[in-house]
Structure formats: C-alpha cells, structure tokens
Ligand binder design. Structure first.
Ligand code: ATP
Ligand code: MG
Length: 428
C-alpha cells in the first residue's frame, strides 16, 4: 500500500462526478476505489479518458444508491451512473471463479466464456490484465493499494501480465492487442515473458468474435498512435491475423509502395488526431485494403473483365473476407466502396464530370485519398495537383480547365479515354 504522501494522485485531478460516486458509496458503508486505466493515467500525469470505480456493493445495491443508474452487461453485470454526458462505470469486485458452480466457464482453448462471480478486492486484482492497470485508489484514506507490484512496473515503464503470461493470453487473446496498445500509448516496454507469450499465441486472436475485434481495432488505429501500433502488431504477428490480405500485400510489395502508402495513411491520421481534427475509420480501412483490391482487380482485368466490373467484384471479395475478421458496420463498407469507386473518376478532366465530382458528398475524402496515392507513387502527381488547383479555381477558371482543347495540351493518357468509355456505367 502507498499512503497518501507516497504517490502523486490528488483529488483535484479526479472528475467531480467520480468523486461523488466514491463518496456516496463510502457514506453508505461500502468500500470504493478508482481502478484501472484512470489510476494508471493519473500516476503518469495524464488526463484519464474515463473513471472506473470498483466496490463491494453488488449491482442491485448500487442501483438502489444512485437514481441515475443503469445496469448493463451480460457477461459481467456492471452499473453505469449517468451525469449528463459523463458516465461513471461502477463494477462489483470480481471473485476468483468457482468452477463448481459453473459461473465461470472456460472453453477448450482455455478462453473465458462466462465470468460473473462477485468477490473481494484481493480476488478482483487477479481478473485484471496488466500490473500497471491493477492499482486501486482508496477513497477511504486516499492511498494506492497495490497487490501485484504495479507501482514498481509503473516506475520501470513495464507492461507485465499479472500471473502466468501464457495462461492470461489464452484466457483472453484480446489482451495481446491491449499489451501492444498500452506499450505504444504509454511508451512502456513489454516484459519479456509477456513478449514470448504473445509471439507464441498470436494465432489465438482468430477465435475472437469479429465485432469485438472491430472495437479493439478502432482503439488501436484511431487514437493517435496508429503507425507505431501497426509496426508493433506486425512485429508480434498480430497484424496478419487482423488483416491477412493487407499483410500479404506487404510481403509481396513492389518497390516498397504498398508499405509506404500504409505508413503515410497512418501517419496522416495520427497527425490529424494530434491537431485535434477528426479521422474516419473508413478512410483508413480503404487504405489498408487498397493494395489487396488492386491485386484482385488486376487479375480480373487480365482475364478480360471490364474495369468497372473488375473493381466491383474485387471490392466485394476483399470486403466480405475482411468483415469476417473485423466486422465493419454496413455504412463503413459502403463508404469504403465509394472512396474506391471515386478514384478512377479523377482521371476524367474534361466536360461536366469534374464539376459533378466536386459536389459528391465523399469528394473530400476521395481527394485526400488521391493525394495519398500520388504522394507514394500510386497516382500521377500532376493529376493530384490539377485537382488541387481545380478546387480552388473560380467558376470561369474551372470551365477553362475542363475544356477539351486545353486538356489535349497536358496530354490525356490512353487509359483516361478508356475509363471515359466506361463512365456511363461507372456510377456508384
Ligand atoms: P483506456 O485508457 O484505453 O480506457 P483502460 O485500462 O481503462 O484503458 P479499459 O478497457 O477501459 O482499459 O478497462 C478498464 C480496466 O479493466 C483495465 O485497466 C483492466 O484492469 C481491466 N480490463 C479491461 N479489459 C480487460 C481484459 N481483456 N482482461 C483483463 N482485464 C481487463
Ligand atoms: Mg478505461
């Protein structure tokens, strides 16, 4: 235990609503602690994303104490206490698991299927993933309770499983992704035993339901550390489980382009997040799957399939395989398709088509995608520049830019004409 004077957490860093919940539980005679990511982030002087509370009150008791409370979760019942937009999650200590009463179920690979036994704080700690995620801030005396050496690992900057790394990976393979995510986000190193367990068990990730992997994937790639995360996931053989087609395209890369393209895409979104701008998952997914799409489409084209059909079929194939791994909502796959379909349309620079393309709701994203391709050699730089100029031109200039005679000078490529021939069919 670290007394109030032996750690750096102060109540002024804790959200008022979380404090309200903690004090109220205490007043009702229960134990109450902050736990998990928020304690970890507070110790690092970072602003926590959210505040999680644990208590010895069971969900029904919690519900009686807070009017603004909802019980959620099937695998493990939790209380959500609502304060406007802020939600404080209040969980009951989890118990050790008692195989006899079958409340905790493991499948044959050792994965935890059901887990609904309440217990004490000493038992709760063993349910958590990493030592640095298992520190408890006690509202009773403002101390930090540490059963697993989490404080030392904090100081050493170490991500370390609680207990046997191999068993913990098998129980819940998503923990391997979490290890990578926290290592990158906190700038910590993954403990050696933990590294070994991840290397050896990466394939178990394939058994996780696609919807859960989708959620994890968002946290991995859309929170500002996408590029480093990508590199580390590849290092551990985890990326190939999540995105096998992408991994394959990286291993057969020609002149480094596919990899460069992905790196640029990830760097772009990391920078955007750093600048406080929004990023979309569909843009990144369109980039991840662009090379696999090209490979299939090219094969179909060589078999004589017309361009538009080749890309449609390739998109279907790539996306239907990917959603089996990381389920994506329909509106996301629709957006990916649109982004892809708009790419060949940039080749048309004469007539009324460019003006129409400009008004497409996904024009901006598609243009950004074109820039990215141009930057990494996947599209003509000159084409991207033309569209940059075209957008900022006034109406008169725009009309001039799209006159056929003018374009002849810049030299339309043969394949531009070909895509023009198909353009009547080429509508999404
Ligand atoms: P973040 O800053 O991303 O929210 P976090 O550590 O709070 O990080 P959560 O997913 O919010 O992560 O989980 C809260 C806590 O619950 C974790 O700190 C950890 O102690 C525990 N936990 C979450 N997921 C798992 C898991 N798969 N296995 C074991 N413990 C877990
Ligand atoms: Mg959290």
């Amino acid at each position: 235990m670290y007394a109030r004077s032996e750690h750096t957490i102060s109540r002024s860093q804790v959200s008022d609503n979380a404090l309200k919940v903690l004090y109220k539980l205490k007043k009702e005679g229960f134990d109450a602690y902050l736990v998990g990511g928020c304690v970890r982030d507070l110790l690092l002087g970072r602003e926590p994303k959210d505040f999680d509370v644990v208590t010895n009150a069971d969900p029904e008791e919690i519900k009686k104490i807070f009017r603004n409370c909802r019980l959620i979760g099937r695998r493990f019942r939790l209380a959500h206490v609502h304060f406007g937009k802020e939600v404080i999650e209040v969980a009951t200590f989890r118990g050790k698991g008692d195989e006899q009463n079958e409340k905790q179920l493991l499948n044959k690979e050792g994965r935890l299927l059901r887990d609904n036994v309440y217990g004490t704080i000493e038992e709760d700690v063993w349910r958590r993933d990493f030592t640095v995620n298992s520190l408890y801030y006690n509202i009773k005396d403002y101390s930090v309770v540490d059963y697993v050496g989490g404080m030392e690992d904090h100081q050493a900057g170490k991500i370390k499983f609680i207990g046997d790394a191999e068993i913990r990976c098998k129980e819940d393979p998503v923990r391997m992704l979490r290890a990578v995510r926290f290592a990158v986000k906190l700038g910590f190193n993954i403990d050696e035993e933990c590294q070994k367990a991840i290397h050896e068990n990466s394939s178990l990730l394939a058994s996780i339901p696609p919807a859960r992997l989708y959620d994890e994937m968002l946290k991995l790639f859309l929170t500002g550390y996408g590029l480093q995360t990508f590199e580390m996931l590849r290092h551990f053989g985890l990326f190939q489980i999540l995105f096998p087609a992408t991994e394959k395209s990286l291993s057969v890369e020609e002149e480094g382009f596919p990899k460069l393209f992905l790196i640029k895409a990830l760097q772009n979104s990391d920078n955007r997040i750093g600048d406080g701008k929004t990023v979309t998952v569909y843009f990144l997914m369109a980039a991840f799957l662009w090379e696999p799409l090209q490979t299939i489409a090219k094969k179909l084209l060589s078999q004589g399939v017309i361009e538009y059909m080749a890309y449609q079929d390739a998109a279907n194939e790539v996306l239907s395989k990917q959603v089996k791994l990381t389920a994506m909502p329909r509106y996301i796959t629709t957006a990916i398709r649109e982004l892809w379909t708009l790419q060949p349309k940039f080749n048309t620079r004469v007539g009324t088509k460019p003006a129409k393309l400009l008004t497409h709701p996904r024009f901006r994203a598609a243009y950004d995608f074109l820039l990215l391709r141009a930057e990494t050699g996947g599209a003509e730089q000159e084409l991207a520049e033309w569209w940059t100029r075209y957008q900022s031109a006034n109406e008169y200039e725009q009309r001039k830019m799209t006159q056929p005679s003018r374009n002849r000078k810049t030299g339309l490529k043969r394949n531009h004409r070909r895509s023009n021939q198909n353009k009547s069919k080429d509508t999404p």
